[in-house]
Unconditional design. Structure first.
Length: 441
């Protein structure tokens, strides 16, 4: 008789971190698996006794994550979280394989994630699923992990830690778990891709998700225009001043200054400067255009699509040259230079996206602290929830008055000018607002 190693954990995590997924898949059906993942092996064996071939289900999920979604760790994480939860729901709440889940099971799953049991909700800490046992290859389950997380918004965290800690501590408002519309849409989209994959590969007869979504009682219809988040001119100038001052005082912040300026001025996504398995951004990707008119940067964007971004002379003179000299390099990039654009200060290896995200967060924190110091609390609050994408949006919005919509679409890497117009120009929305303000009482 099989005994479960972690009996208090009804919902045992089944997927490891993204970097461990390939190894987890390769070991799943081997004798070594029980030594590397002892508690998970026991949990899968327990489900087997209950009549569910959980190990086979897990192999399909791991194969989907490692072979179908291998391009982006962010995408893998998003799909992993939803598919794992659905699989655990099928096993524990419906006592069946994910391959046997029907339309009623999918409807019940949506009810479940809309209002999950409190015992399955973690606090604001996002706990890892597994941790390494010291000096061994064994991966130990983290008993604090839960399928759901009560996430405090970034804005609230920044307000509490940097802007107004006294007000936050004096009024502890009880939070309730709530799935928002965006999260619900993402849940449907992620799960639909996974189940469609199982259906297309003949592991299932049909995909019930589209039908379930049509009759969902929680999903709101329609979509309103959401303007892109941007920094106003004063805040952006404060960014330049604050980061330049910080870099002058401490070379540690030279990377922060270059990264933030690049995202805004060159309209880059943060992933386009990060290490990826198929692409390492290097200084050789900067070059003078064959026209002799100026500099360009070759980047690989969404869908592994290459594009050329124009590089303003001012950026070359005051950002690129300064940054390279701080790294101990020649002022301008050389042809075929292989030095990573964003190298680690310790190892000189190219940095991954998580490291770049942390760098942007540190930069925003510097500016927020300066705003608070200047008694501009309202302005500090307005950027408390900001992310790296705000910088790209800010640059694109400012550039609208300088270049055509077609040129801006090419700079941003949008497949269609229509996308650029809908996001940044929104003519129909603006026309309606202009007309609406003149309506008679």
């Amino acid at each position: 008789m099989c005994t479960r190693i972690v009996p208090s954990m009804k919902f045992h995590p089944i997927t490891d971190s993204v970097k461990h997924l390939p190894n987890q898949l390769s070991l799943l059906f081997s004798n070594e698996f029980k030594h590397i993942y002892p508690s998970l092996d026991a949990d899968l064996a327990h489900h087997k006794l209950m009549g569910i071939d959980a190990r086979h289900d897990l192999s399909l999920l791991l194969g989907f994550l490692t072979h179908v979604l291998s391009g982006s760790s962010g995408t893998q994480n998003r799909f992993r979280n939803e598919a794992e939860r659905f699989m655990l729901f099928c096993w524990h709440e419906r006592q069946k394989s994910v391959l046997a889940a029907d339309i009623e099971d999918c409807r019940a799953y949506i009810d479940w994630i809309w209002s999950p049991p409190k015992t399955l909700i973690a606090d604001t800490t996002i706990a890892s699923r597994f941790k390494s046992k010291p000096k061994t290859a064994t991966r130990l389950v983290n008993p604090k992990w839960r399928p759901f997380v009560m996430r405090q918004s970034k804005a609230n965290r920044k307000i509490q830690s940097l802007i107004d800690p006294d007000a936050q501590s004096s009024s502890q408002i009880q939070q309730k778990y709530q799935l928002n519309q965006s999260s619900l849409q993402n849940a449907y989209a992620s799960l639909n891709v996974f189940i469609k994959h199982l259906t297309d590969n003949e592991h299932r007869a049909r995909n019930p998700l589209p039908q379930v979504k049509k009759s969902c009682k929680y999903l709101l219809k329609g979509k309103i225009y959401q303007p892109p988040h941007t920094l106003d001119d004063d805040t952006w100038q404060l960014f330049i001043h604050t980061l330049t001052k910080a870099a002058d005082a401490n070379q540690y912040y030279e990377r922060h200054r270059f990264l933030v300026m690049s995202l805004k001025v060159l309209f880059l996504r943060i992933s386009e400067l990060a290490y990826r398995d198929y692409c390492v951004p290097v200084f050789g990707h900067f070059r003078q255009d064959i026209s002799g008119e100026g500099w360009v940067l070759s980047v690989v964007g969404k869908g592994k699509k290459e594009r050329l971004v124009t590089v303003p002379d001012g950026f070359v003179d005051t950002v690129l040259i300064r940054y390279r000299e701080a790294l101990g390099l020649s002022p301008l990039p050389q042809i075929d230079e292989t030095t990573p654009i964003m190298p680690s200060a310790k190892t000189s290896e190219p940095l991954h996206q998580d490291s770049l995200n942390n760098m942007v967060e540190e930069a925003f924190d510097l500016v927020i602290k300066q705003l608070v110091k200047d008694n501009k609390v309202a302005q500090a609050r307005s950027i408390a929830g900001a992310s790296s994408h705000w910088l790209r949006h800010t640059g694109a919005t400012q550039a609208l008055g300088e270049i055509s919509e077609t040129m801006l679409a090419e700079e941003l890497g949008h497949a269609s000018v229509k996308t650029t117009v809908e996001i940044y120009v929104a003519p129909a929305h603006r026309d309606r607002i202009r007309t609406g303000v003149t309506r008679k009482l």
